[in-house]
Design a protein around this ligand. Structure first.
Ligand code: ATP
Ligand code: MG
Length: 608
């Protein structure tokens, strides 16, 4: 490709619309342009990176015996109604009607479509297992589209579905995909962790997410290096008894936590306390937990907070419920959702709480709360004489004790794991935390969809049984963004070779110098012939501009044809990532770069 003929619009300034580096760089280096919130044009440079990721994904899926097909993105409502997801998907689903008034959606995912297909085409155990996938656009009307293609409303996903006759078969398919996902993300040059995950709207149970580690990542991961446990904090359980019984004292030095026993670790069991009389106290202008701590002079561990949430039921109706956790804890909405069997839980607005429960949120508490189901974290059960809101503006209760003063419908593990919590698997070490970008997720669906849609097969004994299913998604466009998030410097992108839109750029420094142009064209032609994805920067631009663009766009190698050609008869090969420079004769340039590119690809392809 000649740069003079390409649509590669780069920008010098950081666009105000972009908060995170990958989004900024995808705009500045000319990979994407916004059409509407969460909806993007993929420009030629960005589309090449996308196609590279797609190709890696294809190769790894095919290697596991999967077959590629293509399903439509406009899907009829009926199968979604049969599985209950027409309502359960809620506002995330883009819906439309055809000219006859029939309901359709823009596919947010394809379980319904593929299960219907396989139901109609596959009848016998002899035709199983099946691994089918496609790479296509998905549509989700995200509440908060942001970070460019990272959380978009239209994005490209690879989704694969496995169909097995037996549970063992499903586990085998799942493991195959888990393995393929590791290969895909290794080959994309990502630093990632596979973590235990909540299955969310997809359903089933048993799921892993692949998280590309990044400081700003939207997901929080809890992990334990001692035993290898790693989970999305939405999922990570709190070890019963550990919390509340052995609170970490604020004065404990982190070093002390490395020791094993609670005593040695400086954690202390709270002394049994006498239950004092419940009392309502005036707390003017006290609205937050911090206000309570400051105003009443109590430790935060002696407070609770009450959060009102909407629980969306599978039939589309919703209920306002209250979740109670210790003041310094966070309510885990996913755990609450699972406890309630809801399809979604989300925090209610202050106005809604006032309207439906007559409670000002800044003074909410479980005592005397009527007509609202209350669910409390297990830690709260062990607390004595604590403080909570009195459901009346300007008042709180002190010396609250359950069950004397309130009885929640249930105590359960409802809080988010936190610093200092013990690993729920080995129960020895404390959890560590990291942020991640979810680039892929694998799910065991068991028979959730095959039963709902009648996707059965006849087994060896002639009996009809539902197929065992799994589904496996990779966000292709999000993966490109994650690669950039992990691979950049202050000048621009540092593409891993495997995903780089072009492996190299050939740059005549002075386009008016006919000798430089001639050699550059020659080297470019040879590199292209050798299968190196190469650009020729033949633009009539200042050298500074060309160099800046090359750094911004991040070509792994730059072959500079400049002064040294006339002086010494050599051209320069420079690595974008290391800054290492080699001088070679123009005749040797293409071969040298090809070897470097092949080596870089072989390194990430590893066991390929
Ligand atoms: P998230 O929790 O980030 O909303 P999800 O769990 O809903 O994602 P899945 O249904 O597991 O997403 O979809 C499979 C993959 O598709 C995700 O792992 C992610 O890489 C990608 N993906 C999901 N939603 C988006 C989005 N809005 N924009 C870009 N990629 C997305
Ligand atoms: Mg997911």
């Amino acid at each position: 490709m000649l740069m003079s003929q390409a649509l590669f619009p780069t920008m010098r300034e950081t666009p105000a619309e972009a908060e995170i580096t990958s989004h900024q760089l995808m705009l500045r280096a000319g990979l994407i342009r916004r059409v509407a919130p969460g909806i993007y044009n993929l420009l030629p440079f960005g589309f090449r990176a996308v196609k590279k990721v797609e190709q890696i994904v294809r190769e790894e899926m095919d290697r596991k015996g999967a077959q590629e097909l293509l399903m439509p993105v406009i899907l009829p409502a009926e199968p979604w109604i049969e599985t209950g997801r027409w309502t359960a998907y809620g506002d995330d689903m883009f819906r439309l009607k055809d000219r006859h008034g029939k309901d359709f959606c823009l596919a947010p995912t394809h379980e319904e479509c593929i299960t219907t297909l396989v139901r109609n085409e596959v009848t016998s155990y002899r035709q199983l297992p099946l691994l089918l996938y496609h790479i296509t656009n998905k549509y989700r009307d995200e509440v908060r589209p942001r970070f460019g293609v990272m959380r978009a409303r239209e994005f490209i996903m690879k989704d694969l579905y496995s169909f097995d006759a037996t549970v063992e078969g499903l586990l085998e398919s799942y493991n195959k995909m888990y393995d393929a996902y590791c290969k895909v993300f290794d080959r994309c040059g990502l630093v990632y962790r596979a973590v235990e995950a909540d299955p969310g709207a997809i359903g089933g149970s048993g799921s892993h997410e692949f998280m590309a580690l990044a400081d700003y990542g939207e997901a929080l991961i809890a992990y334990c290096d001692a035993c290898g446990f790693a989970a999305n904090v939405e999922k990570a359980e709190v070890v019963p008894g550990q919390a509340g019984l052995y609170d970490v004292h604020p004065n404990v030095h982190p070093k002390m936590l490395e020791q094993k026993t609670p005593e040695a670790a400086g954690t202390v069991a709270p002394k049994p306390q006498r239950r004092k009389a419940l009392k309502k106290v005036a707390t003017p202008n006290v609205h937050t937990i911090q206000d309570v701590v400051d105003y009443l002079g109590v430790p935060v561990t002696d407070t609770v907070k009450t959060l009102f949430c909407w629980a969306l039921r599978p039939d589309g109706t919703k209920e306002l419920v209250a979740g109670v956790v210790r003041g310094d804890r966070e309510l885990n909405l996913v755990k609450l959702k699972n406890l309630l069997g809801a399809v979604e839980t989300y925090l209610a607005e202050a106005g809604e709480v006032l309207q439906h429960a007559s409670v000002p949120v800044g003074s909410a508490g479980p005592v005397g709360l009527r007509g609202i189901r209350v669910f409390a974290d297990v830690e709260v059960e062990a607390m004595t004489n604590f403080v909570c809101g009195a459901n009346e503006e300007g008042y709180h209760y002190i010396n609250v004790n359950a069950p004397r003063d309130f009885q929640p419908e249930k105590y359960a593990d409802l809080r988010v794991v936190a610093q200092g919590d013990v690993c729920p698997r080995c129960r020895k070490e404390r959890l560590e935390f990291a942020r991640g970008i979810e680039v892929g997720q694998v799910f065991k669906l068991w028979t959730k969809y095959s039963e709902a849609l009648g996707c059965t097969f006849t087994d060896e004994k002639g009996e009809k049984r539902p197929m065992q299913m799994g589904c496996y998604g990779i966000g292709i466009t999000r993966t490109v963004a994650a690669v950039i998030e992990q691979n950049h410097d202050d000048k621009g992108i540092l593409w891993p070779m495997s995903v780089a839109p072009y492996h190299a750029v050939v740059m005549p420094v002075n386009s008016k110098d006919s000798r430089q142009m001639e050699v550059a064209r020659q080297v470019y032609a040879e590199m292209t012939d050798l299968g190196v994805d190469t650009l020729l920067d033949d633009r009539d631009e200042r050298a500074g501009v060309k160099f800046m663009d090359a750094d911004l766009m991040g070509f792994p190698y730059r072959i500079t044809v400049g002064q040294t050609l006339a002086e010494k008869g050599v051209v320069e090969i420079r690595s974008r990532r290391t800054g290492h420079v080699d001088f070679v004769s123009p005749e040797a340039a293409a071969g040298t770069v090809r070897t470097l590119v092949e080596k870089a690809l072989a390194d990430v392809n590893g066991s390929k």
